[in-house]
Design a protein around this ligand. Structure first.
Ligand code: ADP
Length: 537
């Protein structure tokens, strides 16, 4: 019978303290269990011991029947001897101490050469559920395990169970964190987390795409450096008016503005913040949800341009017409026939302009709703060009000379006559509008038989178009911001519609130009299918 001596109890307490310190100091389950079993063996004057845990212990699914156990920690048992213990682990604890168990022990002893003659085992329980077993073996046959020793082992079993429970919690926190990390990483929105010093700690894939920064460089930098969106004055909002530093703090601050990405792209960004604060209100960090709303912003800008352009463009001819109409109505007015004639001519021209503008607007909205339907037929381009030029030549009073330069080998085109008339009208009208000093306007074309296409151009000697504007002028409502913009009328729809018409024919349209030298608009159209000339026999 082992007597409990005072210094033994003292050691026991010291050991338990050491174990509980180890539990709080480290999250590594195996090393805590190693400590528990080593001390348990020593305190119970055993010569070997082991801790086995249910195999799915660190999983979450409760399984029935109890899953097989796996050895996690041992004391006094060489690794090579471990397989010999499998029968023992399969035995229910209650049967240990019974003859059957002794037979199993003898088998293990003879298989491993270890002097194991007695065993004491207790379940490890977490929240009343068994999660594993602690075993201590002794070589002596004469002194068997008593109640006090069972109680002592229980103390160790409890410690081991706490370690298992901690590891379980740790694992589930880890899994949760991995799940969250994956969600943040895969989020279609940019997600960025910053710490209490406004330094970036998390930066997902969408943020990399949005800002052009890769995360290894972005992490650790101040958020204002990476996400410095500009206000209307061009200042970095995050530096001049950080929404997270307002007093009193804003609830869910939002920042919007243009951002130049590291690779030079201009994006309109909306960033929503959720700040974390301590109970005293100190800033602890924030998570930012960042969206690229460039398309939406451009659409909004277009809408407002649309309204201002339309109201201006439609009001101008209406007020001119109204002006003439009310002047003619005045009873005191004595109008010469010529003056009347001129007045009516202006009214007619302005009414035509109004009708054209309305037609353009209808075309634009139809185009957006259902694309463009064409009425295709085969016809000759030079004739159409000549008739459009004739109409303009009559109005420009010798300020311009027009030259038609179509090669003789140009076959008919296969295209929508009225729509191409509109394109040519637009291009020639622009050539006139944007050549303030007049000059020569050349319209020509030639075939490209290998592509089954005709190439057509309208060239002027006017103001020209800077290269950075040469694509943008084909956008809806886009007008170059220069002096001519103020002195000429236009809604910025002509080239947009012209491109839509040419592209609906499967052609392309672009401009070659030099500022001050003039512009050449070039487009292609499909040629009419060659007629099959059959020979009669
Ligand atoms: P609008 O003439 O009504 O403004 P367009 O779509 O026809 O609209 O043209 C868009 C812009 O492209 C014009 O405002 C002008 O700034 C520029 N542009 C078009 N054609 C010429 C040209 N031949 N020479 C110089 N600038 C041009």
């Amino acid at each position: 019978m082992a007597m409990e001596l005072p210094d033994q109890r003292l050691r026991q307490r010291e050991y338990l303290l050491k174990i509980s310190r180890a539990i709080t100091a480290q999250l590594d389950l195996t090393s805590v269990l190693d400590l528990v079993i080593t001390v348990a063996v020593e305190m119970l004057a055993g010569n070997a011991g082991l801790i086995a845990l249910s195999e799915d212990e660190l999983g979450t699914e409760p399984s029935m029947p109890p899953p097989p156990q796996q050895i996690y920690a041992t004391a006094g048992i060489p690794a090579a001897a471990l397989p010999a213990f499998r029968h023992l682990l399969a035995l229910p604890i209650e049967t240990l101490g019974k003859p059957n168990a002794s037979a199993v022990l003898r088998e293990i002893a003879s298989e491993t050469g270890l002097p194991l003659r007695q065993v004491i085992a207790l379940p490890l329980t977490v929240a009343a559920a068994p999660v594993g077993t602690i075993y201590v073996f002794r070589a002596a046959l004469n002194v068997s395990f008593n109640v006090d020793e069972a109680r002592l082992l229980q103390a160790f079993a409890d410690q081991a169970a706490i370690a298992v429970s901690n590891a379980r919690l740790y694992q589930s926190v880890l899994r949760e964190k991995q799940r969250l990390d994956a969600m943040i990483e895969q989020s279609a929105d940019g997600v960025m987390i910053i710490d209490a010093r406004w330094r970036i700690t998390t930066f997902n894939k969408a943020m990399e795409q949005l800002t052009g920064w890769n995360r290894t460089e972005a992490i650790g930098r101040p958020c204002a450096e990476i996400l410095g969106v500009r206000d209307t004055q061009g200042d970095n909002i995050c530096l001049v008016d950080c929404p997270l530093q307002r007093r009193p703090p804003l609830n869910n601050p939002i920042v919007e503005g243009w951002l130049t990405s590291r690779d030079g792209r201009e994006r309109y960004i909306q960033s929503r913040y959720a700040a974390q604060r301590s109970s005293t209100g100190a800033f602890l960090g924030a998570i930012a949800n960042v969206r690229d709303i460039t398309d939406q912003k451009r659409e909004e800008q277009l809408q407002s341009t649309f309204i201002s352009v339309i109201s201006h463009e439609l009001k101008t001819p209406v007020s001119i017409i109204k002006g003439y109409a009310s002047t003619f109505q005045r009873e005191d007015g004595a109008w010469t026939a010529d003056a009347m004639q001129e007045g009516f001519r202006v009214i007619e021209a302005e009414a035509d302009r109004l009708a054209r503008q309305i037609q353009d607007l209808l075309d634009v909205s139809r185009l957006q709703a259902s694309g463009m339907r064409l009425e295709l037929s085969d016809w000759a381009l030079p004739e159409l060009a000549a008739s459009v030029v004739q109409a303009f030549a009559a109005q420009t009073h010798d300020r311009f000379t027009f030259e038609l330069r179509f090669t003789d080998d140009l076959p008919p085109v296969h295209a929508d006559y009225e729509r191409i008339r509109m394109v040519l009208t637009n291009l020639i009208s622009n050539a006139i509008k944007y050549s303030p000093h007049g000059g020569r306007i050349r319209i020509g074309g030639h075939p490209m038989p290998e592509l089954d296409q005709a190439v057509v151009y309208v060239a002027d000697q006017g103001a020209g178009i800077p290269s950075e504007e040469q694509e943008r002028i084909f956008e809806r409502f886009y007008r170059i911001d220069n002096r001519l913009r103020r002195t000429t009328q236009g809604a910025g729809l002509g080239l947009y519609l012209s491109r839509a018409i040419i592209e609906a024919h499967g052609g392309t349209i672009y401009v070659e130009s030099q500022v001050g030298r003039g512009s050449r608009f070039i487009f292609t159209l499909p040629l009419a299918r060659r007629q099959i000339t059959g020979e009669t026999v």
